[in-house]
Design a protein around this ligand. Structure first.
Ligand SMILES: Cc1cc2nc3c(=O)[nH]c(=O)nc-3n(C[C@H](O)[C@H](O)[C@H](O)COP(=O)(O)OP(=O)(O)OC[C@H]3O[C@@H](n4cnc5c(N)ncnc54)[C@H](O)[C@@H]3O)c2cc1C
Length: 287
């Protein structure tokens, strides 16, 4: 299929991009890696009249540590995340997730900011961001604001981004020393989106759980934070009984849609299974 005709804009700065969004309003869309937007345009699910390409905008690709935060420019690609020594050291959970996204072509073009802004619960980064307690810098005509991942994902393809805002930076607390982590993702084949997936970040005090966060991909209209499951584990020994109770609680909040990846019942069961796998691996990795 061929997208409808559109006008292409290539701003050089964030304020120029914002000005274009303001000028063209609802008829404009930002373009990052294009690996979600262009397929949607081809099937005419999205029909923007103006594409505002962030590809030439300066300053959206930095990866740096600032105090206790890892700060990543929104236009950083999956491949750049995977190969960044800073990200490998400070946030291996993010590297593990990025390596499981799509195929090499998708990882070479797709950006962290685009994956988050798209608001697709089948994308992997929303759950990763919830598990990591990330926040997002949104730049608009009234300046910048910082929104926590917890408050960002509002519904299916719906986020806290205003129509004239650009996600410029992702801020992630540096993982505590000795943390365990895992992103367990079930997919039908290499290159596919998740049938179900769970992200876990864990700190232990001897053999009991000090803190844990659990987030689920493709289990509802947005990525889900499994808070009751987390609460059930804090202060507990992470044995088989505790892990299976946490998985039960995680499954109880799932509300997936049936599709070619499986029935509702299957997807809920697989969310539980991925939660168990992620908890076990995170426990084994924690020091
Ligand atoms: C074959 C295939 C397999 C895939 N598999 C996976 C997978 O396993 N896991 C996964 O997570 N994803 C997967 N994807 C999606 C891929 O990761 C996309 O790259 C990603 O969802 C969007 O990032 P992008 O940079 O391509 O953004 P684009 O497609 O350019 O944009 C997506 C949306 O976000 C908006 N946007 C982009 N950047 C910004 C910004 N900085 N500020 C505000 N709004 C912005 C755009 O306007 C658009 O609405 C797959 C895609 C394909 C084609």
């Amino acid at each position: 299929m061929i997208p409808r005709q559109f006008e292409y804009h290539a701003p050089q700065t964030v304020p120029e991009a914002i000005a274009l969004l303001q000028k063209y309003g609802d008829t404009a869309k930002l373009l990052a890696g294009g690996h979600s937007l262009l397929p949607m345009m081809k099937i005419r699910f999205a029909e923007p009249e103006h594409l505002v390409d962030l590809g030439k905008v300066e300053g959206l690709k930095n990866i740096r540590v600032d105090g206790k935060e890892l700060r990543i420019g929104a236009m950083t690609t999956e491949n750049e995340l995977i190969w960044s020594e800073i990200v490998q050291k400070q946030c291996p959970l993010l590297v593990e997730a990025a390596r499981l996204i799509g195929d090499p072509q998708v990882r070479y073009k797709g950006t962290l900011g685009g994956d988050i802004s798209h608001g697709d619960p089948g994308n992997d980064h929303p759950a990763i961001m919830l598990a990591l307690g990330a926040s997002f810098v949104l730049a608009g005509s009234d300046g910048e604001r910082v929104v926590a991942a917890d408050d960002f994902f509002l519904g299916l393809y719906d986020t806290a981004l205003a129509p004239d805002e650009v996600l410029t930076e992702i801020r992630i607390p540096v993982m505590a020393k000795g943390s365990g982590w895992c992103y367990a993702k079930l997919k039908r084949k290499t290159g596919d989106f998740a049938t179900a997936a769970a992200a876990v970040l864990l700190t232990m005090k001897r053999d009991t759980v000090k803190d844990v966060s659990i987030a689920l991909t493709n289990a509802g209209a947005t990525a889900l934070k499994a808070r009751a499951a987390e609460d059930s584990l804090r202060g507990k020994k992470l044995d088989d009984a505790a892990i299976s109770e946490a998985a039960r609680l995680a499954m109880s909040i799932c509300d997936p849609a049936a599709d070619q990846r499986g029935s509702i019942e299957y997807k809920i069961a697989m969310s539980g299974e991925m939660t168990q796998r992620a908890l076990r691996t995170a426990r084994d990795r924690a020091k």
